[in-house]
Ligand binder design. Structure first.
Ligand SMILES: Nc1ncnc2c1ncn2[C@@H]1O[C@H](COP(=O)(O)OP(=O)(O)OP(=O)(O)O)[C@@H](O)[C@H]1O
Length: 317
């Protein structure tokens, strides 16, 4: 008999009403699986930071419950907080402290014994070793972001939250960051990131959640999501433009685009798995040839997570 592993983070009916009466979370349910990379997408103000802050014990929930590793985040704050690493959007640490002291201190804060070799490794992984004796105020913006990551990793968390980690960072930092993420994933660390960059979620996440206006609209395996909601398009370039779709092709749902220079045919991405799709495309090709359509290049395009996201949020707007 196999028993499913309990979720590492379990969020039930979570609500947050801020002091001014604003409802930032309206009853969110979410289970986060041990070892997964979960990307939370959502427009500005959706409630992503609020949710993360509650899980990390920095903001009090108004209702509902959050369990981390089997402990309640409000009642057992110290236990849950020490399991979590948080990379926030901004650095709030003492600017006159050195890099190495900041990171070493962060480990001590969680009651972990000193481990200079680990701190050295973390600083090296994040290309901060050369800067270890510099004060934070002497660092560039990108290096400060690296310090935030190093701080979050210093106490060897089981769960890592990255709140918009790549907003405004350069290519090198982005690459270093994903290398660190891959290394952590390999050791079984659970990673949750919020992002506006959908291609980022598409690249690295196992599952994708979409939050909008305080509600979790969906949570799905990335590949399933893209299959389910993704649309495909077959595009047929024409060697000379047409004014109308030629007769005999009415059955194929074709549209003339680009001033009559191309024909497109839209279909659902998951249709490609049946024979129906293949025989329909074969029939279409035959009909095109019979109708003497001046065919040039043929290409297909699959909608990205971005197209799916825009469609989903748009439907709710
Ligand atoms: N302390 C606060 N008091 C009142 N309202 C707040 C407070 N903090 C956040 N909010 C509001 O709650 C909503 C959710 O904010 P939150 O920061 O969680 O969103 P987000 O999804 O992280 O957005 P972003 O992508 O812009 O960071 C916003 O409308 C915000 O203005």
């Amino acid at each position: 008999m196999t028993t499913a592993k309990p979720p590492v983070v379990s969020i039930r009916n979570l609500t947050k009403i801020y002091g001014n009466g604003f409802k930032a979370l309206k009853g969110v349910d979410l289970d986060i699986r041990e070892g997964e990379i979960l990307a939370l997408l959502g427009p500005n103000g959706a409630g992503k930071t609020t949710m993360i802050s509650i899980v990390c014990g920095l903001v009090n929930p108004s209702g509902g419950q959050v369990m981390v590793g089997g402990h309640d985040v409000v009642r057992d704050f110290r236990e849950t907080r020490s399991m979590i690493g948080l990379v926030p959007q901004e650095l709030t640490t003492d600017q006159f402290e050195t890099v190495i002291n900041t990171v070493t201190f962060s480990r001590g804060l969680h009651g972990k014994s000193k481990n200079p070799a680990l701190i050295e490794q973390i600083l090296k992984d994040l290309s901060l070793w050369e800067k270890r004796d510099n004060m934070l105020r002497e660092l560039s913006g990108g290096m400060k972001r690296r310090v935030l990551i190093a701080k979050a990793l210093a106490h060897e968390p089981r769960i890592l939250f990255l709140d918009e980690p790549t907003a405004g960072v350069d290519v090198t930092l982005r690459r270093d960051m994903w290398q660190v993420v891959e290394k952590l994933r390999a050791t079984g660390v659970t990673i949750i990131l919020t992002t506006h960059y959908i291609e980022e979620a598409e690249e690295i996440a196992d599952r994708v959640g979409v939050i909008n206006a305080g509600e979790l609209l969906l949570i799905e395996d990335k590949t399933t999501l893209m299959k389910k909601l993704g649309a495909k398009q077959l595009r047929l370039e024409l060697t000379h433009p047409l004014e109308v779709v030629p007769p005999g092709l009415e059955a194929f749902d074709l549209k003339l685009v680009d001033d009559g220079n191309a024909l497109v045919h839209d279909y659902a991405a998951d249709e490609t798995h049946g024979n129906g799709h293949e025989s329909r495309i074969a029939a279409l090709m035959k009909a095109l040839s019979a109708a003497d359509v001046p065919l040039g290049d043929i290409s297909t395009h699959q909608s990205s997570l971005e197209d799916i996201f825009v469609k989903l949020i748009g439907e709710r707007a």
